[in-house]
Design a protein around this ligand. Structure first.
Ligand SMILES: [Zn+2]
Ligand SMILES: [Zn+2]
Length: 221
């Protein structure tokens, strides 16, 4: 069985001692790869290729290297498409002096169905930030980890159906393609719906508006 991309979640972690910080966590089974980065280095810079949705090429590169380390480099493009069609990072190139840490959590589902919960994520974020002088108890820290509102599409694992994707008229499954379900419960290939939403933020099946989540508003306002 092939490894699939499982839960992909964004959180804001509200700690007063940090600013302009992002944390990327990639989980595979019980193994976690954690990386701390400067948020403004990954947003707003460079308007060329790879800066879709306000994310910079350096973020894409860093995702790519992280997945290379897990031998899962082939899913980087699908992950990136998912992020840019669900979230907008525009105008995040300047962040206020006190702002929450932005946490990206990617979980790859393989042979192990180990589910990472918010408790685990809090512990990983705390150890990645290495706030030695932090007085946060684990309970207090957990309360400060807030999921970013539900994205417009979610990843459906190992989907099979006799129906065809309305966008490309091919069936499921299709090669390495993962499948997305929209908020309105319509099913499409990940690449098909991600590319469609980048240009038209509406469901192709029922026309429900599916705008990307505006990260700036969520984090700072
Ligand atoms: Zn399709
Ligand atoms: Zn729909």
């Amino acid at each position: 069985m092939k490894s699939r991309l499982g839960n992909l979640r964004l959180y804001k972690f509200d700690v007063p001692s940090e600013s302009d910080v992002g944390v990327m966590i990639i989980s595979f089974g019980g193994v976690h790869l954690c990386e701390r980065f400067q948020l403004t280095r990954c947003t707003g810079r460079g308007r060329g290729r790879g800066s879709k949705a306000g994310l910079s090429k350096s973020f894409v590169d860093s995702l790519h290297w992280s997945f290379m380390a897990q031998h899962r480099s082939n899913i980087t493009n699908q992950i990136f498409d998912y992020i840019v069609s669900n979230f907008s990072f525009k105008d995040l190139d300047v962040v206020p002096p006190a702002c929450p840490v932005l946490v990206f959590h990617f979980q790859i589902i393989g042979l192990s169905q180990y589910q990472v919960n918010e408790n685990d994520i809090t512990t990983l974020v705390l150890s990645t930030l290495r706030t030695r002088d932090s007085v946060l108890s684990v309970e207090d820290a957990i309360a400060r980890l807030v999921p970013i509102v539900a994205p417009t599409t979610e990843i459906v694992d190992c989907y099979q159906s006799p129906e065809l994707c309305p966008l490309c008229e091919k069936g499921y499954p299709k090669e390495d393609e993962i499948v997305h379900k929209t908020k309105c419960s319509h099913i499409f290939h990940a690449t098909c719906i991600s590319r469609y939403l980048l240009h038209t933020p509406r469901c192709p099946a029922c026309s429900l508006e599916l705008p990307p989540v505006d990260m700036r508003t969520l984090l700072f306002l």
